[in-house]
Design a protein around this ligand. Structure first.
Ligand SMILES: Nc1ncnc2c1ncn2[C@@H]1O[C@H](COP(=O)(O)OP(=O)(O)OP(=O)(O)O)[C@@H](O)[C@H]1O
Ligand SMILES: [Mg+2]
Length: 260
């Protein structure tokens, strides 16, 4: 299978040469804290992340696991630049998100991050191919070329020929694959996935995990992935176990985690 991640990238994916001592790190999170206001009047506080430290190395697929409500989606959303945080440092390929304006974070995200949301977040009024084209259009590709690449990417996730349909007419697993295609199509440096295989059968899930692993295994790239599916553990380079808003343990060898 030809790699989609070889050859010329559509966007300026190498915009940030990393020169400091942490240049082997794709993502460096330090003392990250996040509080949500909850309750009817919003005065109660829920501490969702309690001084979290996480590193993802360049070229690695880092898996994040832990019970429901432990803060996995919150962590991913903050690293993706889609959720604010109280305090801490987030460094993504040398970009210090905690020091950047929100418009700079938005521009960086469009270029360099692909995000597969837990809820697929497809745009219902666009066709599948148009949904997948969005990151390419944002990065300045012409419409025709973008749709051609989108169709190719849809084929890679087993949805060849379905590009003209609207997402609502597809099954949950098919919609999830459209979301995966959209996250990968512009060959982002960092791919962030929240339960990317939850709606997929094991064969399709394996194909998607292989695609994601290919996306990770390049210097200057990485994949962060949250999963409840222990069949996915074998694709991880390392596994971070979270519990109650904290990192409980980091498995340097994925084979050491229970349920591998
Ligand atoms: N927008 C929000 N407003 C208030 N509380 C929130 C919000 N989002 C998340 N939380 C709370 O923060 C905590 C962490 O939520 P998060 O979604 O990160 O968990 P998770 O580990 O992803 O869980 P799951 O495995 O069920 O997806 C939970 O207690 C949740 O209720
Ligand atoms: Mg979640």
């Amino acid at each position: 299978m030809a790699s989609l991640f070889s050859g010329k990238s559509p966007g300026p994916a190498t915009d940030t040469p990393l020169k400091d001592a942490d240049s082997h790190l794709a993502v460096r999170v330090r003392a990250l804290t996040k509080t949500f206001s909850i309750g009817r009047r919003g005065v109660d506080k829920l501490l969702a992340l309690k001084a979290v430290d996480v590193d993802a190395r360049s070229g690695e697929m880092l898996m994040i696991v832990g019970p429901s409500g432990c803060g996995k989606t919150t962590l991913l959303s903050i690293v993706a630049g889609t959720l604010s945080f109280d305090s801490g440092e987030i460094n993504v390929f040398g970009h210090k998100l905690h020091q950047m304006s929100s418009s700079a974070v938005t521009a960086f995200r469009a270029r360099s991050i692909g995000f597969i949301f837990q809820s697929f977040n497809l745009i219902p009024t666009l066709t599948c191919a148009e949904n997948v084209s969005v990151p390419l259009l944002i990065n300045g590709l012409g419409r025709q070329e973008a749709e051609k690449k989108a169709e190719e990417m849809l084929e890679r996730v087993g949805l060849g020929g379905r590009g003209g349909e609207r997402p609502n007419f597809l099954s949950g697993g098919q919609q999830q694959r459209v979301a995966i295609a959209r996250a990968l199509v512009h060959e982002p440096r960092l791919v962030i996935c929240d339960e990317p295989t939850s709606a997929l059968d094991s064969q399709t899930g394996a194909t998607v995990m292989e695609l994601l692993r290919t996306a990770a295994r390049k210097p200057g790239r990485a994949v962060l992935i949250v999963t409840h599916d222990n069949r996915a553990y074998k694709y991880a380079d390392r596994i971070v176990e979270m519990e109650d808003g904290k990192v409980q343990r980091v498995y340097e060898d994925a084979r050491d985690i229970a349920g591998y």
